[in-house]
Ligand binder design. Structure first.
Ligand SMILES: Cc1cc2nc3c(=O)[nH]c(=O)nc-3n(C[C@H](O)[C@H](O)[C@H](O)COP(=O)(O)OP(=O)(O)OC[C@H]3O[C@@H](n4cnc5c(N)ncnc54)[C@H](O)[C@@H]3O)c2cc1C
Ligand code: SF4
Ligand code: SF4
Length: 404
């Protein structure tokens, strides 16, 4: 069931016709009529001064139950056609959501010359990929890309849209949500389907990580959620099947942008993305100063990993911000996370608690970090780390000798 107009209450002010982004309403002479272009975005409901328009709850139910939106879509964030790793993590979660809803999982993206993209999805349970391609979309610009993606969403009507909470996702996806007149839940750490209503249950930390809030977009479609990189787990590929490709060349009025790219600058040498590291050795204020990080660097190097830090260490100027883990830093999901001289405040834990194995080194046996650690070592890190580094060095030397 779709949009409902109470003709008795309607005063024919025509505001709804003006407001509808999809030209779905018209004045047929005998009252406002609703065309097939209606996406149930709800914009007209909000603007009607006499509450004459409503969307019956069942209108938002899934296609199988008589609703108009179907499918789980993952935003194919890419750099010149190469998909960002978060896309594969979202496909992992999206596949589970699509299974629970018995609907297809699809990827959508905008850009120019994206022919390499479908091949990157081989062996994954993605049934189709929707590509908006235009030379005007070659450089990423939020205004043009959001207009194009919102039109794609309005035309194909997915029920759920997932995107990475990356720098690009954080600035692009809220614009898409506004254009689609729907809700967005940012930085989700959990996504499930409510078995009763079919709604997406979007869980994210709130109030500085002290509570987990579950948010529902009950009266708008699609339901849009962003997820930080490394929170979800990618799927293993099976076979070589590639998705069906749907190409669309958007009209010039959508691809026009106010942004002009004047140049590009490479990240400074030595800069690192800790969100992509498999092993992290993180230091906190307990390491006592920048010199304390030298020992951590040795351990990280022996383990083949990178050095990270708590906010206290970053705020003290001991290590650059790009290495901060936590609520106001990066969310990381390495196989191994070694927390050295870090107390384990909720804001720090919010960024690392989904790590594979957590090892904590702390002189205080009551430090909260031990609550989430798989292995805890109580002691002064200056005494604990040197024998560890030495032993790792011996093991490496043994391995090399065996390999000769
Ligand atoms: C809005 C907001 C956002 C925040 N965002 C973040 C964030 O993104 N990331 C983040 O990390 N924090 C964040 N914080 C700060 C957070 O609340 C904590 O203050 C911070 O994480 C503490 O850092 P720490 O564990 O290094 O220091 P401390 O809490 O001071 O802990 C130091 C630890 O080192 C141990 N120690 C001391 N000496 C030694 C030794 N020789 N050997 C071994 N252990 C030793 C101590 O027992 C102690 O447990 C945020 C706070 C707020 C309010
Ligand atoms: S719900 Fe949205 S698309 Fe449908 S008629 Fe109203 S404004 Fe137009
Ligand atoms: S906004 Fe409401 S009152 Fe005005 S024409 Fe549309 S339905 Fe009628």
């Amino acid at each position: 069931m779709g949009l409902k107009i109470d003709h008795e209450t309607c005063v024919l002010c025509l505001l709804c016709i003006e407001e509808c982004p999809y030209d779905a309403l018209s004045d047929a002479g005998d009252g406002i009529s609703v065309g097939t272009a209606c996406t149930l975005c709800g914009a007209c409901v909000d603007v009607c001064p006499v509450d004459a328009i409503s969307i019956p709850a069942e209108g938002l139910q899934r296609a199988g139950a008589g609703g108009s939106h179907r499918g789980v879509w993952v935003y194919g964030e890419h750099h010149r056609g190469r998909l960002h790793p978060v896309v594969f993590e979202l496909i992992g979660k999206g596949a589970k959501l699509a299974e629970a809803l018995d609907c297809p999982l699809e990827v959508f993206a905008a850009g120019h010359e994206l022919e390499r993209m479908p091949g990157q999805l081989a062996g994954l349970p993605v049934s189709a990929v929707y590509l908006a391609e235009h030379p005007g979309l070659a450089e990423h610009a939020d205004d043009a890309h959001s207009a194009v993606l919102a039109r794609l969403i309005a035309d194909r009507r997915p029920e759920i849209v997932l995107a990475g909470a990356t720098s690009q996702g954080r600035s692009l996806i809220p614009r898409v949500a506004v254009l689609c007149r729907t809700g967005l839940t940012a930085d989700c750490t959990g996504l499930e389907i409510d078995a009763e209503t079919g709604n997406l249950l979007q869980t994210r930390p709130a109030f500085g990580g002290n509570v987990m809030a579950t948010i529902v977009t009950a009266s708008r479609r699609p339901q849009i959620a962003t997820v930080r990189p490394k929170v979800m787990t990618p799927l293993k590929r099976k076979g070589e099947t590639t998705p069906q490709v749907h190409r669309w060349c958007p009209p010039a009025e959508l691809t026009a942008s106010r942004v002009e790219v004047l140049g590009r600058q490479q990240a400074a040498e030595g800069s690192v993305n800790i969100a992509e590291a498999d092993v992290l050795v993180a230091g906190g204020s307990g390491v006592g100063g920048p010199q304390g990080f030298e020992l951590l660097r040795k351990l990280a190097s022996a383990l083949g990993g990178e050095v990270a830090a708590s906010r206290a260490a970053v705020d003290a100027g001991w290590i650059p911000y790009e290495r901060q883990v936590g609520q106001t830093g990066k969310t990381v999901h390495p196989d191994l996370y070694v927390a050295v001289g870090i107390s384990g405040a909720v804001q720090h834990r919010a960024g690392m608690q989904s790590s594979g194995t957590i090892v904590a080194v702390n002189s205080d046996p009551a430090a909260p970090i031990f609550e989430i650690a798989d292995y805890g070592i109580v002691g002064d890190y200056r005494e604990v780390l040197p024998p560890l580094i030495e032993r790792l060095g011996q093991l490496k030397a043994e391995e090399e000798r065996e390999g000769e």
